[in-house]
Design a protein around this ligand. Structure first.
Ligand SMILES: [Zn+2]
Length: 179
């Protein structure tokens, strides 16, 4: 490591510490020339695959996009920002484990939906209605029915403040924020 004070190229490590989450190593270094100390942070290079969008274009994986999609779906729902952050983190961790060099945005969407489904039914339907671009109201209703079939679910979905799906006459669904 090049010394930030005198630009000397040799140093010794005087202390190493792993971050709480175990992903960053903090190293205290001492320059062998001027003997001044400085700190470096090392993290494993993130190897996230490219995301294949619906139109075939490739895009760098963007955690912020997933986060804002989640936030929109959870608007006015009793879901904390911390919880949403942790969903993004889970997904971010899982993707490299899948071993793809490129990943279809639909797979990402399904990962988000699976987690929202367990978290908040209203948010789930909101996200799904945009993301899956339900072809018609029947498809949408059958999704709702399968939710209704689950005990303790769906409160507020049908009486929500906001429409969760657009009818077949309202034209193209809004561009999902994830893709
Ligand atoms: Zn130095």
């Amino acid at each position: 490591m090049q010394c930030p004070f005198c630009n000397h190229m040799e140093d010794k490590v005087v202390d190493s510490r792993l971050s709480k989450e175990g992903q960053v190593i903090r190293r205290r270094r001492e320059c062998l020339n001027c003997e001044r100390r400085y700190t470096t942070y090392e993290r494993v290079e993130e190897i996230l695959p490219m995301v294949i969008k619906k139109d075939g274009r490739r895009e760098v994986f963007d955690r912020q996009k997933i986060f804002s999609g989640l936030k929109k779906a959870c608007e006015k729902r009793p879901v904390s920002v911390d919880l949403l952050e942790s969903i993004v983190e889970q997904i971010e961790k899982k993707i490299p484990e899948m071993g793809f060099t490129e990943i279809d945005s639909r797979i990402l969407g399904e990962e988000v939906m699976r987690r929202l489904h367990d978290l908040d039914q209203v948010a789930y339907v909101r996200f799904a209605s945009v993301y899956r671009e339900f072809k018609d109201i029947n498809q949408f209703m059958s999704e709702l029915k399968s939710l209704l079939a689950e005990p303790g679910s769906i409160d507020g979905v049908l009486s929500g403040e906001k429409p969760v799906a657009q009818g077949p006459t309202s034209g193209k669904a809004k561009e999902p924020s994830l893709v």
